[in-house]
Design a protein around this ligand. Sequence first.
Ligand code: 4UW
Length: 548
Amino acid sequence: AIKTATVIEHNVLSSPWGEITIGNETLTQHVFQDVERWSDAPCVTCGASGRSYDYGMMRMLIDRCANALAGHLKLTPGERIGLILPNLPEFVVLIHGAMQAGLVVTFANPLYTADEVGRQFSDCGVKAIATIEMFMPVAEKVSKMLKDYKGTIWVGGDDDKVKGIYGLKSLLMADHKADLPTLNCDDVCLVPYSSGTTGLPKGVMLTHKNLVCNLKQVQVPKMMKYEGEKGKGDVILTVPPFFHIYGFNGILNYNLILGYHLVSIPKFTPEDYINCLIEYQPTTLFVVPSLLAFLATHPSVKKEHLQSVETIMVGAAPTTDSMLEKFLIKCEKSKDQIKLLQGYGMTESSPVTLMTPYSYPYSKVGSVGQLVPSTQARVTSLTDGTPLGPHHSGELLLRGPQVMKGYWNNEKATAETVDSEGWLHTGDVAYYDEDGYFYIVDRTKELIKVKGNQVSPTEIESIIMEMPEIADVAVVGIPDALAGEVPRAFVVLKPGSKLTEKNIYDVVAQKLTKYKHLEGGVVFVEAIPRNVAGKILRNELKVLGRKK
Ligand code: 4UW
């Protein structure tokens, strides 16, 4: 039988999965609470190099890391550390080590340009950076933009030959000792960046409590397969980055609690991914829609490669039913033999708010699922804000203990996003059915999602506006078969300008990482449609985009 969400009042929906108890643990305590039960089991493995730590080793290295950061680099509670790291086992050592030392972590995509990392790390007031050799030049450039900088941790590199650079290995090998602080679960421990419903990327303040609650919310008995199955030795193959909230809390921490073996690769290549499928025989895959499309349609992925897979979890951008079908056809498995699960969330909600329960009926394929425990929702009319009943699309509002404390140093954006009653305004358009299953149908916010990655139109627009010959610009996402969406710029040139599409493409490409490039092209127009308040009418441009 389908569990049904209960409507409580004024069309506020509550979770059919009850409530969680909110405790006082820190994130690291919660994630490693049962570590003694499987200390010899593999914890995180790099699928490219084979480098691997077991749970006991991982826990010990985290302790050592916390002591070294506090005792040797003299980082003090509340100070920010910035990670520029791909998915490597050491990511886990550093992020949980830093949190245990009371530090606040912010992470950046390692493929960001120095401009992008610099903007984020200066905004957050970062005091130390951890990175690998490949990104040391970016770290060095960025460190010069930061005040009271305390040092760079070089993962895989050597110690101290250059002042202010610390090899991670020697930090962990030395017996550094520090008086580690007693932490409060209301302390902020993570500040990932998200552009939210509008504007440039902003720091999202997440507390230990936010993140721990969200882990409890997705591990309710019966909603997940995993009831009573802790430590059963599942193998998880994952590509979504640990430097995004889905990868960090929704995948990494979620599976570490269960004692599962996480295999990841620092950089996606079809060969490495297929090799991991063959070598590690994963039981669960965590993917974004573009990776699902790869598995379903790429000729080098064969059904034999997918035989061990029992569950596949997809989210971070819209998935189509037809792609889910294509995937089943590729595996030659029935819907009973493989579970296709979907989750929906935002950085601002730690991230999960909706998830398909493990036992959901296949009539609901395409739904992003039901409310996770202790979470409420409202769907409000896009025209007048009134709450809507089943099967009517409107803006999705969510409330629960996983909703962020606010945006870093930005009360205005916080107030615009989380209202006085605690509702998070998602900027997504959704409806729910009579069983409390939700369907995402559109987005009212400006955010563009390229392969699950956030792209802020404002960020691209501000770079184009800096070119002297530009009179006005607006960027919107246009549909793309592989990436989901790609950015397209509509540009008004100043009279007499001879700027070409390539000139504009190149300026953006110089300043921003690859997935933000104008793969949707540049369209020259006479004027950008704006409302009386000067706000860009993006929907009109999207229609224009579809016609092109
Ligand atoms: N369908 C359609 C979806 C979906 C979606 C997200 O970068 P952020 O801030 O955060 C994320 C979080 C992804 C995520 C959370 C929980 C979970 O279980 C899971 O997967 C299994 C993935 O991406 O972007 C937030 C925005 O991304 C869109 C939506 O617009 C949202 O506001 N989005 N998930 N399943 N769209």
